[in-house]
Design a protein around this ligand. Structure first.
Ligand code: M6R
Length: 369
């Protein structure tokens, strides 16, 4: 049942190219237009939306943080992202024109379900991005976009995360199509690039052996930091969460731009710091700023593990370990950059002798608040 793998998590990591392809399947019509049939909101209802609030927990929340960049950039809609457990207990300003997007693999997470109920009581519409068909959240929401990742058994979310990202990209492009913020050609171009991502994820998986070796060499460390910028910031948070839950290590993700506002004080001789570098062909300034961050932390003794696009030579002098990922458009980079971090956490936890499918104190779906 584990398909020859020692753990479900390894099987699910390996299934990611197929899972991403499955999420894309059947969602583009012959005319090149997106057809998200299950999104049972009329085009007029979508045009009336003035604000999106994305609500989720854990890894799904990280997918939401990435979705924000896509929704704002492509669909031109203001977007907030909030942890379900926080959203529910403040007084969010919700109107009929607010679309609440909830993201949940299981569709059973109690905090997220309570957020759905709260939003609907305030007459907001709720669109759920879910993996499990017929789950409570998918039934109670106004509309569902299924991720089609297939069953995810390991407690640590991997393929569900990548497919949530794809579903969110499709959703953002669909809003852009309906609202006319992008041309058909622009949308098709991105869909084409999305269609290439399963092969790129396969490429990453074929070249992760050095990541495994690195993970084993760091098994004795007490703490690992993760830095990112733009969509690389949620990727850093996700890398840190994986390491916490699987390896029981202290791990923190930071926005690289925040370093000088505090976290740089943590940098000590030999501290491993994983840095997710944005593509140099995207917004150059983002790339260059992070390269100087890497220089700064290395000068203070950090052991730098740099995740950078193929051909990005600017990072080479400052990387103690360099992990290459294929070039993809900036907004899609999390699809490739997250994979080495999943492998890293899984291997490090295994090296420490932990059961990666059933980490201590955790359940696959958290059905209590
Ligand atoms: O089923 P959900 O997506 O609603 O679950 C949310 C979180 O509990 C979940 O992502 C959790 O953080 C994972 N164990 C992370 O790997």
């Amino acid at each position: 049942e584990k398909g020859g793998h020692d753990y479900f998590m390894l099987k699910e990591i390996a299934e990611q190219p197929q899972a991403v392809a499955d999420t894309l399947l059947g969602r583009v019509g012959p005319d090149g237009l997106l057809t998200l049939d299950e999104v049972r909101l009329s085009e007029q209802e979508l045009r009336d939306v003035t604000k999106i609030i994305v609500v989720a927990c854990g890894t799904s929340y990280h997918a939401g943080l990435i979705a924000k960049y896509a929704i704002e950039h492509w669909a031109g809609l203001p977007c907030e992202v909030e942890l379900a457990s926080e959203f529910r207990y403040r007084d969010p300003i919700l109107t009929r024109d607010t679309l609440v997007v909830v993201i949940s693999q299981s569709g059973e997470t109690m905090d997220t379900l309570m957020a759905v109920r709260h939003a609907r009581e305030q007459r907001s519409r709720v669109l759920a991005v879910c993996n499990v068909n017929g789950s409570t959240i998918s039934r109670e929401s106004d509309a569902v976009l299924y991720t089609h990742a297939g069953p995810e058994v390991a407690v640590a979310s991997t393929k569900a995360f990548l497919t949530q990202l794809v579903a969110c990209y499709l959703m953002a492009l669909y809003f852009a199509q309906v609202r006319g913020t992008m041309s058909g050609d622009e949308i098709s171009e991105i869909i084409d690039r999305l269609a290439e991502t399963p092969a790129k994820v396969s490429e990453v998986l074929a070249t992760v052996e050095p990541v495994r070796a690195l993970a084993r060499s760091l098994a004795g460390e007490r703490c690992v930091l993760f830095l990112g910028r733009h969509v690389g910031f949620p990727v850093a948070l996700e890398g840190a969460l994986k390491l916490k839950e699987l390896a029981y290590m202290h791990a923190e993700g930071f926005a690289a731009g925040e370093l000088k506002h505090g976290p740089i004080a943590l940098i000590d001789e030999g501290l491993p710091v994983v840095v997710v570098v944005p593509s140099p062909s995207g917004r150059r300034v983002l790339h260059d700023k992070i390269v100087s961050n890497i220089q700064e932390i290395r000068a203070r003794g950090a052991r730098t593990v740099v995740i950078a696009e193929e051909g990005d030579s600017a990072v080479e002098p400052y990387a103690d370990t360099l992990i290459r990922v294929p070039a993809v458009p900036t907004l899609l980079q999390p699809l490739v950059a997250t994979v080495p971090l999943q492998v890293f956490a899984c291997e490090l936890a295994t090296a420490k002798g932990h059961d990666v499918d059933q980490p201590r104190n955790l359940a696959k779906s958290v059905t209590v608040e």
